[in-house]
Design a protein around this ligand. Sequence first.
Ligand SMILES: Nc1ncnc2c1ncn2[C@@H]1O[C@H](COP(=O)(O)OP(=O)(O)OP(=O)(O)O)[C@@H](O)[C@H]1O
Ligand SMILES: [Mg+2]
Length: 247
Amino acid sequence: MTKTAIELKNVTKKFKDHEVLKGINGVVEEGQVLSIIGPSGSGKSTLLRAMNQLSGPTSGEVIFEGQDLTKASKSDMAHLGEKIGMVFQSFNLFPNHTVLENVTLGPRRVKKLSTEQANQEAMEYLKQVGMADKANAYPNSLSGGQKQRVAIARALAMKPKVLFFDEPTSALDPENVGEVLKVIQKLADEQLTMVIVTHEMNFAKKVSDKIWFMADGQIVEENDPESLFNAPKEEKTKHFIEQVLMD
Ligand SMILES: Nc1ncnc2c1ncn2[C@@H]1O[C@H](COP(=O)(O)OP(=O)(O)OP(=O)(O)O)[C@@H](O)[C@H]1O
Ligand SMILES: [Mg+2]
């Protein structure tokens, strides 16, 4: 039996008169990896931000743990927000804190863990992403791939139910992409529920249970990776896939 992790009901987002999300409906199951692909400007980042309430929708519902996040009170949201992690393209590490401190800050402040407990757990997550030996380093001494692995450890330290990624590898030098994708693949193997916006088509094909192809603020096509890439149904999907395969 599958269980719903997040459900979107007719989600729209407007910036002034510009309707960027035009009624998104969809479900992410627990333990599932959903990748969102589509052309630049199609609304992928806006959709992620609407889902995790960084910038909530104009209308519609985002159901998480049985609650509509768009109507959750501030205190409910603080509690629910802890369970939704986010990894950004640009890492967003705190530059004047060490790697270890970056990972422990959230658990200490939000979850009220003791420093000792937080450090112990953080070291486990840093091991998991292969960054334990850099615990005392500062972010600016790390490569992009290393920074992103620390950012993933930091998100994991909050023990999220769902982890969102917005183009986690697009700011990286090509030689650093693989190490980050490997960490995300491992999390997928461990059945962490993830929603990944990515331009890495081969990775999306490999890691995902389901793909949404977005264009012009809508989900044009939803399918499993094999079907979506090898037998796209919609003209827009065909066109997009032909284009990215040519690159
Ligand atoms: N804060 C904002 N204010 C006004 N318009 C915005 C804002 N954020 C996004 N938009 C507009 O919404 C549309 C979708 O943007 P979004 O960033 O979601 O696209 P995207 O699919 O993530 O693109 P990319 O692949 O380039 O990251 C664009 O036309 C963008 O200009
Ligand atoms: Mg984007």
